[in-house]
Write a protein that binds this ligand. Structure first.
Ligand SMILES: [Zn+2]
Length: 341
């Protein structure tokens, strides 16, 4: 088929050009409008993407600088603007709240809600608990904008296995409970499940037994638990949710996990991996056979692939970055070429 025609068909359901070429719609894109509608129904957003904030004067200069660094990341990639509060009635305050560690909301760590909650809401970052990291600021502010944890997406069971038996009970619902798009969860938005999201917990978040993971990738090798930077999909979602004007700002660089030690801890790892154990028994294998399972280099995972032969050409032509209309499709179906994995 002619290149332009293939391209057109690929984006047909976004562009409403279904009759232009005789080819079926992409199945993932058919959910787009449903997700957007659900978000609009029940999630409170910040009007015009403007979020008034206050920084508790008790923070020292170092902590304030980290908070402002985290805020600045949103300005690099999205149309969200955090502005010092003057008289606005709805706003966030960065503070060391007495009720918990690092959390967002109005009611404490175990009652997390997302988006604009009305009146004052907290981003609680306790210095002594290690919350004053740029990553924490960015993660908590994404909650404030309307996002839950990635492992709470309603399609997460297709991508990760959650070991509830090893998760402390009070986190079962608040951090691992599924949030359905029909109840206002914003993480889907027609975008792919994103192991690299800054909203995805790592494999040892709130374990009962610290020697065992709480989650494992079902593909047996994708890394997750990015605590450094926005993923490309994070940025896309913010831009979609807040209807940032096109063209979007440039996407962030590819997420890497170069701080991970990639070793096998057992001599039988290569043979187990060859027998499919990375997929069948990810809980053990992801931790003890990292080298054989390809952990630490998600881009080498078999699941990190393009689903369309023209992905490299489209990526080279700028479709992974230039036109927001195409990004949900490209990030879903051209994951390798767009460096999503
Ligand atoms: Zn969180």
């Amino acid at each position: 088929m002619h290149f332009e025609c293939r391209l057109l068909v690929a984006f047909a359901s976004i562009l409403s050009l279904a009759n232009a070429c005789p080819m079926a719609f992409d199945r993932d894109l058919s959910h787009n409008s449903t997700n957007r509608q659900a978000v609009g129904d029940s999630l409170h957003l910040w009007p015009n993407g403007i979020v008034p904030y206050v920084i508790d004067p008790k923070y020292d200069a170092t902590s304030k600088a980290i908070i402002l660094d985290g805020i600045a990341e949103f300005g690099k990639y999205t149309c969200i603007r955090f502005v010092p509060r003057t008289t606005q009635s709805d706003y966030i305050i960065f503070t060391e709240h007495s009720s918990g560690l690092c959390w967002t909301g109005k009611w404490g760590e175990r009652q997390m809600e997302v988006g604009r909650l009305g009146g004052v809401q907290y981003v609680s970052l306790i210095v002594a608990e290690g919350c004053l990291r740029k990553f924490n600021v960015m993660h908590e502010l994404m909650h404030s904008l309307g996002f839950y944890h990635e492992q709470q997406r309603d399609d997460r069971d297709k991508y990760i296995r959650v070991f509830y038996d090893n998760i402390v009970e009070e986190q079962h619902e608040v951090s691992y409970g599924i949030r359905y798009t029909s109840t206002g969860a914003a993480n889907n938005l027609g975008t792919p499940y994103d192991y690299n999201s800054i909203m995805h917990y790592h494999a040892y978040s709130y374990p009962k037994d610290q020697s065992r993971p709480v989650m494992a990738a079902l593909d047996g090798c994708s890394r997750f638990g990015n605590e450094k930077q926005f993923s490309k999909v994070d940025v896309l979602r913010i831009n979609i949710l807040y209807k940032c004007p096109a063209p979007y700002k440039a996407p962030p660089p590819k997420v890497t996990y170069d701080d991970v030690e990639v070793e096998d801890n057992n001599q039988y790892c290569p043979s187990w991996a060859a027998a499919g154990e990375c997929t069948n028994n990810p809980g053990y294998m992801n931790e003890n056979c990292k080298k054989s399972c390809g952990i630490g280099s998600s881009s080498d995972c078999p699941s990190c692939k393009d689903d369309h032969e023209y992905c490299p050409s489209w990526a080279a032509a700028g479709y992974c970055s230039s036109n927001p209309t195409y990004l949900p499709y490209m990030y879903t179906n051209c994951r390798k070429s767009c460096e999503i994995c």
